[in-house]
Design a protein. Structure first.
Length: 192
């Protein structure tokens, strides 16, 4: 379907806005997917603060240039390409597309733009394999918590052992009193 000049202008305006507000853009193949699968991918992307937009590569290039964004030349991207914009976390869109592509061969990352640099297919895939912000925060909290847990364990270990020993002694009837020393016969008072 051929787009009118007004439709192309509207798409460029929309793409420029997305390029300006996103943290990263990944390019992916998507052709051959069923409508239900495309909807499922778009839903998963939305849940992670990302969005997939399909447009002509020439329009993507114009919008990226207007937004001051580096973009791979249209000739370098083979076949129909979708842009996956990540707005909250720069890795979210790449991660969702990569995971979705494991079950759907049609979805393949073919490049991207992150931190003002053009990414190759291999770099985009490596970026998608990195842990996300939430995973990294969880790992960081675990690292902070580990020394505190170890310290608490070290402090409670001697006290716990002492408490168990006292408990065992109480179960056995307590501490036995030492037998009284044989009373020494009282010395007779000195006679004067």
């Amino acid at each position: 379907m051929t787009l009118t000049k007004d439709q192309k202008s509207a798409q460029i305006v929309e793409l420029v806005e997305k390029f300006k507000t996103c943290q990263s853009v990944m390019f992916s193949h998507y052709i051959g997917m069923k409508v239900g699968n495309v909807s499922a991918l778009r839903k998963q992307l939305r849940e992670k603060g990302a969005e997939m937009k399909v447009a002509k590569k020439t329009l993507m290039a114009i919008a990226a240039k207007e937004a001051g964004f580096p973009l791979v030349e249209a000739d370098d991207l083979e076949g129909p390409v979708a842009c996956i914009f990540s707005f909250n976390d720069p890795l979210s869109g790449a991660q969702v597309a990569f995971k979705f592509g494991r079950d759907h061969d049609q979805v393949k990352l073919i490049g991207g733009v992150y931190d003002g640099k053009i990414l190759s297919k291999e770099q985009a895939i490596e970026l998608a394999k990195m842990p996300g912000r939430e995973q990294l925060l969880g790992m960081f909290i675990g690292m902070l918590n580990a020394p505190l847990n170890k310290f608490a364990g070290m402090c409670s270990s001697p006290l716990g052992g002492f408490a168990r020993a006292l408990n065992q002694m109480a179960d056995k009837g307590g501490f036995a009193k030492a037998p009284a020393a044989a009373a020494a016969p009282e010395a007779a008072p000195p006679t004067a």
